[in-house]
Write a protein that binds this ligand. Structure first.
Ligand code: GSH
Length: 307
């Protein structure tokens, strides 16, 4: 039975990013379907409050954020690599482009062109969640958002102009998955996507190649089973705290970790790991037992809890 448990929902673009990583690596994994909106009691029992989608659980280790999930999958399952042409650090840096600059205008189009059809609870949840999206002006802003999406689509098409099959060369990698998932979201949610990609035949052929990555071997899992697995496991990660970290924290300090963009829910726990690129905290939960919740450092704030 696979150790990898992905907490996600099928319509989530960020989850599609991870499903494709699992496909590229041909991994087998278990799928827990989580709600699209709050409340998500079984997920937050594991994460301590982090609500975003997806979350990867491996025993009692809980990995938040697709950027950290990519790094962890590569560490545990190095072959085939997410970085077939090397240069993993730059690919990681490019997530700032794919996950925000390219993705956000597409998310605006998905919301803005469908507002009348989105179920009220989802719309209300997302209005509170997407603090970067002004729902009042969204409709008037649609033409601008189309231009921003076009910038990303043209860049991808142009990167393929020398005939390469994938963005880094002739093998698929994380860079392709990063650039593809905003397009996957557009296809599923924005009616004008065929027109948006019409002038980009290379991009369309590449899109088909990306679809062929698949999702690996997916088996269902209930959230109760996932919680039981967490409860009966212990973290496989050795605790280490960098004594030279600028925050001056020590192992065992009570801290909160909070995303600095949207969905800013602080997660509290005792410091377990602290490095340049990762922070992990240990927490106890009645249902999940003792878990270690891992976050990337980039885009997350760590604060000491006074007391
Ligand atoms: N930086 C996060 C972003 C994840 C994200 O924004 N996911 C969306 C779904 S695609 C989300 O959390 N939506 C609200 C929710 O699922 O409750 C990551 O890379 O994992």
């Amino acid at each position: 039975m696979s150790d990898l448990i992905l907490h996600h929902f099928d319509l989530s673009p960020f989850a599609e990013k991870v499903r494709l990583m699992l496909g590229l690596k041909q991994l087998s994994w278990r799928s827990v379907e989580i709600p699209m909106v709050m409340p998500k009691p079984d997920l937050v029992a594991l994460t301590g409050g982090y609500r975003k989608t997806p979350v990867l659980q491996i025993g009692a280790d809980v990995y938040c954020d697709t950027r950290l999930i990519a790094r962890e999958l590569e560490r545990r399952y190095p072959s085939p690599s997410l970085f077939p042409h090397g240069g993993g650090a730059l690919v990681e840096a490019l997530s700032a482009w794919s996950d925000r600059v390219f993705f956000d205008p597409g998310a605006g189009l998905a919301m803005g062109t469908n507002q009348a059809f989105i179920p009220a609870p989802v719309l209300e949840d997302r209005k509170a969640f997407f603090n970067f999206m002004d729902f009042e002006t969204l409709e008037a802003n649609l033409p601008h958002l189309y231009t921003q999406v076009a910038v990303g689509l043209e860049l991808v098409d142009r990167q393929l102009e020398d005939g390469r099959h994938y963005l880094g060369g002739n093998a698929p990698g994380l860079i392709d998955i990063q650039a593809y998932f905003p397009l996957w979201m557009l296809r599923g949610n924005v009616a004008r996507t065929p027109q948006l990609v019409a002038g980009y035949p290379r991009l369309q052929a590449w899109e088909q190649r990306l679809q062929q990555l698949g999702h690996g071997d997916r088996r269902p899992c209930t959230s109760a089973e996932a919680l039981a697995i967490a409860r009966s496991a212990s973290s496989s990660v050795v605790p280490t705290v960098d004594p030279n970290d600028p925050l001056g924290l020590a192992a065992g300090d009570l801290v909160t970790v909070t995303p600095d963009d949207y969905g800013r829910v602080p997660v509290q726990g005792t410091l377990y790991c602290l490095h340049t690129q990762e922070v992990a905290i240990r927490r106890e939960d009645d249902r999940a037992g003792t878990v270690v919740v891992h976050f990337p450092r980039g885009g997350y704030r760590i604060d000491r809890v006074a007391g």
